[in-house]
Ligand binder design. Structure first.
Ligand SMILES: *Cc1c(COP(=O)(O)O)cnc(C)c1O
Length: 392
């Protein structure tokens, strides 16, 4: 037998293991010192109360024969799909409820979507970015061309007209750089995709953090319905990282290579996915209720205030960064020409603050560093004081 030899092409990712190892070694050697973690890539605030209540009601229904439910529909219950479509309408983007596929998260869908595309496609992926897109496409044996994020383009790479791409991953606001595309920039990507007969795979996992006029959805852009699929998730929006629920939007008119993409994805999901549990779908619908939105926006506001505190310190120190607004992430240039890991050690040893070396997200991340606003206020303020003292 033969295994999928594309796995041999994966680059081992020791990033988080290495961070954990260095951090615990330091903590063991210096038990008297308080470490502050600003590298957290997970939410820390509890679920909106409305969501928990709905989840309980859903669980209760399952305990009575009259209201019991078995397998859900592959694409999600209508009540959640309608809630998602209404949520989009709330920020001025029109999608149909039956274009929404409810899933167990954006990670699975951004990876699994590749099932419907051939192996001999060229994939464009921004660098740096969420590593799932790269690894999932390496596993499928596709050719990857990186779109480099740099200080000059403020980590918002634009299409390279000299390169043909078939599949284009975009993530806005981006993880790890926090940078969000403007409508004009997204329009340039949409035009490029249409010209190349390509499909944009748009990850909007952080859309709820957008506070200015950057689009919340690729479907706010003219022409996007002919070339884009959007992935989103309740993970960062409403703290569902442990609950698991996301959604993928595929316009019904999206056709490539003589095939309807919506129909192909339905077929793929019907084959390999049995849906999201009923109580979780109840909770997801509650997130989009008026009360639910109020609650999750308060949580996001808490994180964003942390981000503002961190950004203000970097402004004071004159350090270049992206993000800090429209995003829970702050992506900074390591001071004094330090490398990512060098700065990691320096910050750990001299300020007892833990962050994430940028090169873990792609080669363009060398010399950059990610801080996150998912910590609590008190610790964020203390970490920032320490950083200012160290670098000021
Ligand atoms: C956290 C995150 C997601 C969410 O993934 P889930 O599987 O829905 O938890 C998706 N995309 C990016 C870029 C993320 O950072």
């Amino acid at each position: 037998m033969k295994i999928n030899r594309n796995f041999d092409n994966l680059v081992p990712n020791y990033l988080f293991a290495e961070i954990a190892k260095k951090t615990s070694a330091y903590a063991t050697a210096h038990p008297e010192q308080k470490l502050i973690r600003l590298g957290i890539g997970d939410v820390t605030l509890p679920l909106p109360r409305t969501a928990v209540q709905a989840m309980k009601v859903g669980a209760g229904e399952l305990s009575h024969k009259e209201t019991f439910k078995g397998y859900p529909e592959y694409e999600g219950y209508d009540f959640v799909r309608e809630a998602v479509a209404k949520y989009y309408a709330g920020f001025g983007v029109k999608i149909e409820a039956d274009e929404v596929f409810i899933s167990d998260g954006a990670k699975s869908d951004t990876g699994n979507i590749g099932d419907i595309f051939g192996a001999d496609n060229t994939v464009t992926v921004p660098d740096p970015v969420y590593p799932v897109y790269v690894d999932a496409n390496i596993m499928a044996g596709r050719r990857i061309v990186y779109a480099p994020g740099t200080r000059e383009n403020r980590f918002l790479p634009m299409p390279d007209e000299s390169i043909h791409a078939d599949i284009i991953y975009l993530c806005s606001p981006n993880n790890p750089t926090g940078a969000a595309y403007s409508a004009d920039q997204l329009k340039a990507w949409v035009d490029y995709a249409i010209k190349n007969d390509a499909v944009i795979l748009y990850d909007a996992a952080y859309e709820a953090f957008i506070e200015d006029d950057c689009p919340r959805s690729i479907f706010a852009i003219d022409g996007a319905r002919e070339c884009a699929i959007e992935f989103c998730s309740l993970s960062k929006t409403a703290g569902f990282t442990g609950v698991r629920c996301g959604y993928t939007v595929i316009p019904k008119e999206l056709v490539r290579d003589g095939h309807n993409i919506h129909a192909l994805w339905y077929r793929r999901q019907a084959t390999k996915f049995n849906g999201v549990s009923y109580p979780v779908q109840r909770a997801a619908a509650a997130v989009f209720s008026e009360e639910g939105q109020k609650e999750f926006k308060a949580n996001i506001e808490y994180y964003k205030e942390n981000a503002r505190i961190i950004s203000a310190a970097l402004d004071e120190l004159g350090i270049f960064y992206t993000g800090g607004k429209n995003s829970p992430y702050i992506w900074l240039e390591c001071p004094k020409g330090m490398g990512s890991w060098e700065f990691f050690d320096y910050l750990l040893e001299n300020a007892q603050v833990v962050g994430t070396p940028g090169e873990g997200f792609g080669s363009q991340g060398k010399g950059y560093f990610r801080l996150t606003s998912f910590g609590d206020r008190e610790n964020t303020v203390e970490a920032v004081e320490r950083i200012k003292k160290l670098l000021g």
